[in-house]
Design a protein around this ligand. Structure first.
Ligand code: NAD
Length: 338
């Protein structure tokens, strides 16, 4: 029960329901399309200053070699307030049979600050990250893109590939990975979509119209001269200070977009190009501005566009809020008297 003051009258109102949606239910509720729509909408809200992300906290906690932190924000248009808490426990799989990335999303009632939902965040993270590169392809890749290049073949890469294939009439998938034994992960997703897959060298990426990089690399993999004019690149792996996937000179050749500029220049792929003075922070544009029509986006067929997807808290909140709606509508969410 909470008290609301209207003029001099104090009256009571039932508190907001608190819902729990466990991780095991997410796969049956969330679709790629729903994640895409939620992420596209929140990127647009960020670019029109209707939504903002709070500074990211990420700490080595000195236990279990874990990295733990928070990503949060508030979207005034969607009235979504909250945070994702979680991180990386490198020994989980070997020691506990659990996946190494663990996260949970908490939503709050923006009118009162009361908790509104607790939602499993592991699959949602994969889906919202795949949605981000997919949104960038929709808005920045050439309409006639036919060859999709993947750099990285781990857990997240398969989600990125599935979502990307829905954005253009791709005819072929090519892939490179530091650990080539992982490339069958990509081949399998391509086969599900009825497409041929070819393992290539990094020089082989020159035939790609769209490239997605999604690795945990700490040094540049893709050279500036290994990308052809007209290509769209989504750099998705660099989400922490020190990580890097592409040569900073590639950012100088490209028109650079991101989810959020502050993250792009501090923990994203642009951190290196900006630190080296190759580009300025003002050269990095919000993808949301393209979605809103405030930025023209790609302007010709030979332009290289690069999306620096750093992963923002508002993406997590947007997909979690959608899942709560779906779970409540389907009678799957658990209501808690908190
Ligand atoms: P994973 O461990 O399943 O796969 C890691 C991938 O990186 C593999 O392809 C591996 O071969 C490759 N790799 C490992 N070390 C490398 C190195 N030194 N140089 C080049 N390649 C290397 O991890 P994942 O879940 O697929 O995540 C991949 C990356 O994406 C991670 O860095 C993760 O932090 C990042 N990520 C970003 C976002 C975002 O929003 N931007 C969201 C989720 C994950």
């Amino acid at each position: 029960m909470r008290l609301l003051r209207a003029g001099a009258v104090i009256f009571s109102k039932e508190r907001t329901d608190m819902w729990i949606v466990p991780e095991r239910e997410i796969a049956g509720l969330m679709t790629r399309q729903a994640a895409f729509d939620a992420v596209e909408r929140v990127f647009a809200a960020m670019a029109s200053d209707a939504a903002y992300n709070f500074p990211v906290i990420r700490e080595a906690i000195g236990h279990a070699d874990a990295l733990y932190g928070f990503k949060g924000g508030f979207d005034r248009t969607g009235l979504t307030l909250g945070l994702k808490a979680g991180g990386y426990w490198p020994n989980n799989l070997a020691q506990h049979g659990l996946i190494n990335h663990q996260s949970t999303v908490f939503l709050f009632d923006p009118d009162t600050g009361q908790p509104a939902a607790m939602v499993g965040g592991n699959l949602l993270t994969a889906l919202r990250t795949a949605a981000a590169s997919s949104v960038s392809i929709k808005h920045l890749a050439r309409p006639d893109a036919r060859v999709l290049g993947m750099i990285g073949a781990g857990h997240q890469a398969t989600f990125q590939l599935r979502a990307a294939l829905e954005q253009r009439d791709f005819e072929k998938v090519i892939g490179w990975n530091l650990h080539p034994e992982m490339l069958p992960n990509l081949e399998q997703v391509a086969a599900e979509a009825g497409l041929p897959f070819e393992a290539v060298s990094l020089d082989g990426m020159r035939v790609a119209d769209v490239i997605i990089s999604i690795t945990s690399s700490f040094e540049a993999i893709l050279g500036a001269d290994q990308v052809s004019p007209g290509t769209h690149i989504a750099c998705m792996g660099t989400d922490t200070k020190g990580k890097q996937e592409v040569d900073p000179a590639l950012l100088a050749r490209a028109t650079v977009f991101t989810d959020e500029v502050a993250q792009s220049v501090s923990i994203g792929e642009a951190q290196h190009a900006v630190a080296q003075g190759v580009i300025a922070a003002s050269d990095v544009h919000q993808l949301g501005a393209v979605i809103n029509g405030a930025h023209p986006g790609r302007q010709n067929d030979s332009e290289i566009t690069l999306f620096d997807g750093t992963g923002v808290g508002l993406q997590d909140l947007a997909v979690a809020a959608r899942v709560v709606d779906l779970a409540v509508a389907n009678g799957i969410a658990t209501k808690v008297d908190f």
